[in-house]
Design a protein around this ligand. Sequence first.
Ligand SMILES: NC(=O)c1ccc[n+]([C@@H]2O[C@H](COP(=O)([O-])OP(=O)(O)OC[C@H]3O[C@@H](n4cnc5c(N)ncnc54)[C@H](OP(=O)(O)O)[C@@H]3O)[C@@H](O)[C@H]2O)c1
Length: 323
Amino acid sequence: MRVVRVREFGPPQVMRIEEAEPPRPAAGQAVVAVEMAGAIYAETIVRSGRYPMPLPYEPGIEVGGRVVEVGPDVDPSLLGRRVVATTVGNTGGYAELALAEVDGVYPVPDGLPLERAIPVFQAGAVGIGILSAMRVQAGETVLITAAAGRVGSLLVQLAKAAGAHVIGAASSPGKLAVVADLGADVTVDYSTPDWVDQVREATGGRGAEVVLDAIGGAIGEQALQAAADGGGRIGVYGFASGTWLPLDVHQIVRRGLSVTGPLGIAFARPTADQRADALQALDAAAAGDLVPRVHAIHPLEQACDAHTDLEQRRTIGAVLLTP
Ligand SMILES: NC(=O)c1ccc[n+]([C@@H]2O[C@H](COP(=O)([O-])OP(=O)(O)OC[C@H]3O[C@@H](n4cnc5c(N)ncnc54)[C@H](OP(=O)(O)O)[C@@H]3O)[C@@H](O)[C@H]2O)c1
């Protein structure tokens, strides 16, 4: 079977298609014949060598397709089912066949196309987990950075559905138009120097009760400036800029802010609860309540174009690959 393999860390071109033996499922595992795989920003970080991973490795965390083989102790009724799945070890999804732990395999609701199921089952669960960990309440103002991104575009919709007043922030007018279309009440371009003032203005001077930051670095630091004094809650869940949000403890103490790692809270819950979030996201997508944006669908041979687009901040929503 064909698989994308990385033998050295570096630019997107280090990803090469190679032939490999088909994976064989051990106990608790299933093999998915991949029809589509997600290409996600975190995978560009690993490929570039900024996150430890033994070489060689095969990228690909999330896939969709049909189950074609199951491990010895696995319910055989899974065979032939249309599923989305997290790959074993978060690798091997950019391939014709991928191996998944059964705990990370989810039947796709009837009528929901894979290009809408793959972008929501993990990213939607992450969004649901983040909002729950941050205890977002109806009526609160939530500022979301990278709001046009894979997770961000779902967070905007989920926060709106929870009754929040959503301020979506991103880096270009094109992205902001999509964020507004997804339901954000206010959009702000953080490539403009006065964007924190714009958030303050949009909140009557108070600032956002909740800030959800996926970027860190200078933008994350500015997002923290836009939090409401006397109780603003900052949820840090990514560092797309390459550095985590720098924290000035004196400022946090003086302004009465709290900083939380909402994904750590979500991932510490029992597996059954995390599965329930993924199933909830899939059901919401099937009902049309959670609508993922798909930026592009590339053939496997163009995986490096997908990574280039992600790294150059050109993507809105999800990017998919077809083997
Ligand atoms: N810990 C976890 O398990 C977990 C799970 C899911 C996601 N995350 C994290 O959450 C973040 C968002 O993930 P995602 O998959 O939804 O990605 P994404 O938002 O689709 O892509 C990353 C976005 O970050 C923004 N960005 C700002 N500075 C950037 C830079 N220097 N280089 C590249 N992008 C930059 C870009 O949007 P603008 O151009 O609009 O700024 C870009 O589109 C990532 O940091 C990811 O690692 C973590």
